[in-house]
Ligand binder design. Structure first.
Ligand code: AMP
Ligand code: MG
Length: 386
């Protein structure tokens, strides 16, 4: 927390001025956030039942926020409804999806399925729980498609830097070298048909932190749909999926967090029904030392925290695709990320490249009509389409 505040101050000082007032956030989320289409935060409505509906005119539909704490962070299930008590059980079941997937995929506990795999998979093949198997399968495909930029075997390095609990620090060269020798998805042998996993070597470990939230958001949305909910937005700390649309619009308006001032958003994009969005930013977790900041996304090809971009937002047909791609695009850096994003029809990206005084926002051409820079951010960001 102290480090985060210090970094934020430095960013302001470096620019020589306070950032001009922009829209402040009502809630702190990791990357993207809903900026419109919401009523006031209702909380869980059944705790506060309204008047007898027989005596009142029909209520207007509005977006009701059902918040929860999960995966070490906050999540909102936002349901468009005219009866928030009636939709509360669906929200609760969506929350339960988060808890279930956290207990399977967390790297912060010794009791998850991923923790078990990390304990036993170097000793011989082990059968993987079906949902974890699904995410590992996608991760291995993504490793190949991203030219090695997405690699779930970064775990030893992520842990060494303190990004999986423990004090955050810049490790010694020798420690880095030792951890780096364990990194590389070629050391992971996964058979999707039999759901068996084996690691080549003792010490190899996987971290699904770069993709699991996206999977969880899709599953929560699926649960809402199964409960008959037609219009909702699932938001797990900036990993979102839009089911339908808000009552007053045919799309959701989503703010993208300013990577240099996480209290503000610098731009907004439209999210259509059936689309996901997610943002990876350097501000989420980092180590600051010697005038430099090192973010929590590791370049598996060098073993060092990725440089070159400070924020990556992805819009895609599923939250899984979004979360999956925001991490490797961040690793690939401004040039290769643009190439890769253009190459993939399913992925549309917004990349923020740091500059001296003014940052460049690379917006993929298909988003042109859906992307708006906030007026207060115009002197701090230069938008280029690719
Ligand atoms: P995200 O929140 O999607 O940006 O994912 C960040 C998380 O992904 C980190 O906190 C790590 O747990 C994990 N991670 C870091 N670097 C990589 C990488 N190169 N490939 C896959 N996962 C990564
Ligand atoms: Mg990700």
């Amino acid at each position: 927390m102290v480090q985060r505040a210090a970094w934020w101050k430095r960013a302001v000082v470096r620019r020589g001025a306070r950032r001009p007032a922009g829209p402040a956030l009502a809630v702190l989320l990791a990357g993207a956030l809903v900026v419109a289409g919401l009523g006031a935060r209702d909380g869980v409505a059944e705790q506060n039942p309204g008047p007898d509906r027989a005596d009142t005119p029909a209520a207007a539909r509005r977006s009701v926020v059902y918040p929860t704490r999960t995966m070490g962070t906050y999540a909102d299930v936002i349901i468009v409804t005219d009866d928030s008590a009636a939709t509360a059980p669906a929200a609760r079941r969506a929350h339960a999806v988060f808890s279930r997937l956290d207990s399977l995929m967390s790297n912060w506990t010794s009791t998850s399925e991923v923790a078990r795999l990390n304990r036993v998979a170097a000793q011989g093949p082990t059968t993987v729980q079906p949902e974890v198997a699904k995410v590992i399968e996608v991760s291995m495909r993504l490793w190949r498609e991203s030219e090695g930029a997405f690699d779930i075997t970064v775990e030893p390095l992520v842990r060494l830097w303190g990004f999986l609990g423990g004090p955050k620090r810049v490790p010694a060269e020798a420690e880095m070298k030792a951890a780096f020798q364990l990194v590389g998805a070629q050391r992971v042998h996964f058979d999707a048909d039999t759901r068996t996993l084996r690691f080549d070597q003792e010490g190899v470990k996987i971290d699904l932190g770069g993709i699991a939230k996206g999977y969880a958001v899709d599953e929560a949305a699926r649960s809402l749909k199964a409960d008959g909910v037609t219009d909702a937005l699932v938001d797990l700390t900036g990993n979102m999926f839009a089911l339908g649309h808000p009552a007053d619009s045919d799309h959701w308006r989503i703010g993208i967090r300013d990577p240099r001032d996480r209290m503000r958003y610098f731009a907004r994009v439209h999210l259509d029904p059936g689309q996901g969005i997610s943002t990876s930013g350097k501000y989420e977790q980092f180590v600051a030392q010697g005038g430099r900041t090192y973010g929590h996304i590791i370049d598996p090809r060098t073993g060092w925290p990725a440089e070159g971009l400070i924020s990556v937002t992805v819009i895609a047909p599923t939250a899984l695709d979004c979360d999956a791609w925001d991490t490797p695009l961040f690793v690939l850096g401004p040039v290769d990320a643009r190439r890769k994003a253009k190459e993939r029809e399913d992925v549309a990206a917004v990349l923020v490249q740091p500059g001296a005084g003014v940052d460049t926002v690379w917006v993929e051409a298909p988003l042109k009509d859906r992307f708006t820079l906030e007026p207060a951010a115009r002197q701090l960001f230069c938008v280029k389409f690719f």
